[in-house]
Design a protein around this ligand. Structure first.
Ligand code: SAM
Length: 286
């Protein structure tokens, strides 16, 4: 049974509070009460959190806490947790999830402080619920690297996992990420969840290559989560010789021939040896 008790005077310690990912109405009652009773809010960006506090009609002292905060800042916060209620928030969603905080929790734990979490919005979880893709087993992969080679290597690490994959992304990088995912994972079913809980919320679903083509010349605005179904949901793309050669050409720009051939064969549901021979022929012509 859920316990609806909210203590009137919370114990001193660290309170990890999830905040809305767009719609301020998504702040929970316990989260709001905890913010109201905080002695100090450690915020990723105090200007962003100030808007939430104004929405709630609260005035609470804040201090910045972000990825670049040093050991001294952390030690000072951990010291205050002995006597005071210190709340950790990020700009949006659940702190620590592609956001600052794990070192603060680690140090607070090492110091034996009282630590509790107030769960709430998280873009990764919200996107899984919207996607219609298998949700029984998933891997949260955060942001993919920016550079093509590092991105392809990272994607290759996930290729064998029998799990739905979840990535955070931005509009300008979306098409390149979807293309790289199709090349590395095969043309799996996927979803692009955008601007969730906001006015222009949408969730577009389809095979990765189709989504890549859709966004190629029309990078969308706003915040985005990509959800990719597990292997077995791959849809082989139809391809003529010119399409195969173009895909091989792109893949060989970033990877060795064998790896490029493997990715292209997977993407188009073709025989690996046939595509490898084609790749070698292309390389000879170059
Ligand atoms: N801690 C946050 C959470 O719990 O979701 C995530 C922080 S991360 C720095 C920000 C990324 O989350 C964005 O670049 C985007 O990929 C995703 N995101 C956040 N809000 C979103 C929204 N309303 N709709 C879609 N994606 C969102």
């Amino acid at each position: 049974m859920p316990d609806s008790t909210i203590s009137d005077s919370p114990l001193p310690g660290l309170y990890i509070v999830a905040t809305p990912i767009g719609n301020l109405g998504d702040i929970g009652a316990r989260a709001a009460a905890t913010l109201a009773s905080a002695d100090l809010i450690a915020a990723e960006d105090t200007r962003v959190t100030a808007k939430l506090l104004t929405h709630l009609g609260l005035r609470v002292p804040m201090t910045p806490y972000h990825d670049h905060s040093d050991d001294r800042t952390r030690a000072a916060l951990v010291a205050r947790m002995a006597e005071e209620v210190v709340v950790l928030v990020s700009d949006a969603g659940t702190p620590l999830i592609s956001d600052p905080g794990y070192k603060l929790v680690r140090d607070a734990r090492a110091a034996g402080r009282h630590i509790t979490t107030l769960p709430g919005p998280c873009a990764a979880i919200a996107a899984i619920t919207l996607s219609g893709l298998p949700s029984d087993r998933f891997l949260f992969a955060g942001f993919l690297p920016n550079k093509a080679k590092a991105r392809a290597d990272t994607i290759a690490e996930f290729a064998g996992l029998r799990a739905t994959l979840v990535f955070y992304e931005s509009g300008p990088r979306l098409a390149a990420a979807l293309t790289a995912l199709a090349a590395g994972l095969g043309n799996r079913e996927a979803a692009v969840a955008r601007e969730m809980t906001k006015l222009y919320e949408e969730c577009v679903t389809g095979p990765l290559a189709e989504l890549a083509a859709r966004y190629q010349n029309a990078p969308p605005k706003g915040e985005i989560v990509i959800v990719v179904g597990p292997p077995g949901d791959a849809v082989a793309e139809d391809a003529d010789d010119a399409t195969l050669d173009a895909a091989l050409h792109d893949a060989m720009a970033d990877s060795p021939v064998a790896q490029a051939a493997k990715a292209v064969a997977k993407r188009f549901g073709r025989d690996r040896h046939e595509i490898y021979a084609r790749a070698l022929a292309l390389k000879d012509q170059a």
